[in-house]
Design a protein around this ligand. Sequence first.
Ligand SMILES: [Zn+2]
Length: 442
Amino acid sequence: MRHVGRTLALLAALISAAGWAQNNTLQDVRVWAAPDRTRVVFDLTGPFKHDMFRLENPDRLVVDVPDARRAEALAKDFEGKGFVRQVRSGVRNGDDLRLVLDLAEPVAPNMFTLEPNQQYGHRLVLDLENGASNPQRQPEATEPHYGGREFVVAIDAGHGGEDPGAVGPSGTREKDIVLKISRELERLIAAEPGMRPVMIRNGDYYVGLRERMDKAREARADLFISVHADAFRDRRAKGSSVYVLSRSGATSEHARWLAEQENAADLVGGVTLRNKDADLASFMLDLSQGASIEASLDVGGRVLREIRQINDLHKHEVQQAGFLVLKSPDIPSLLVETAFISNPGEERELRDGAHRRQLAQAMLSGIRDYVASYRPGDGRDLARARMHEVRPGETLSGIAARYGVSVADIRQANQLSRDVIRIGAELRIPPPSDAQVTASAS
Ligand SMILES: [Zn+2]
């Protein structure tokens, strides 16, 4: 008893001598970006006071945390994401911590604190939402838009360099033809309001399959479209086909993604998988991959319908296979076999510029259709914002309404036996059912 008392007294003396600064250290800065929202989380070791103000020209948010310091191992500046270009930190008045967020655009900030939970300590959370109140940000009614921002299409011309792909009877190489079609598609998409093309390969060189996926992710692509030309030993084989990833093809890839936790981080709509237990990480990847395949089937079907207007179809349904290049768990991906280069007739057509333009036009029409059908909150959002951290004052029914799902679904997904939720708890948000999507859209 006496011993404990002495230890406490000693501790109290230490704390008063050192002030908060000894106890309160910024340990980490985490930035997550969804299309319409960026969340910045500052991890601190103890309870803290804070103050925030805005600066304009350029747009910045300044957060002061009195009596706190940055952990020595922690970098001074952090690269931003989403609405945050960069997070800088400095010392103010000797022992106050100042955090400056350089913003990419004016945003509506919402700041709150979270108490420690089993995974994290004291947190200062800053949610930045794009200013729906700002009329300049409203897209034109006539423009297609995808969650209020540009729809980025990664165009992947197959093969290239030392890999010629298939070669036609008169020597036409797949790598040359598909690059030409891809450039045609690039030109069309560039002219499309609200869309932006990104060429994965833009010359006669080879790009590794994983590198192709990485490039699409770096470009924050909303869609990956790989352009190929088919070949078969029977020269009579002809027609176009569209492929998306099969569920079984995704499975082995998951294991690999999960094994590489570093790569898996930030995959799922900017929600980091680091620090998540293996079950949860697997669940999130599954959800994301499932949503991506759904979306891929949707856009693939639309592209196939358009191609049917100008070419025979080899397969009348979207095909599912385990193509590596389609395995991004977070980007809807399709592979278009434009025609059989091994068929003399189709080879001739592929060599014809007007026909290539038609093929590109058909792909664009399908993509445009898909973008126009987008509703915020539909399946394509599944890869994003599927975890919800409970804030003070929130109820299960309120959270359910916000995500367009039922309370029962959230309870089931989180194995909750009651409607009581703990502040700071991270809830899995299950995908909304079709009925719920329809209801929320009408
Ligand atoms: Zn090919």
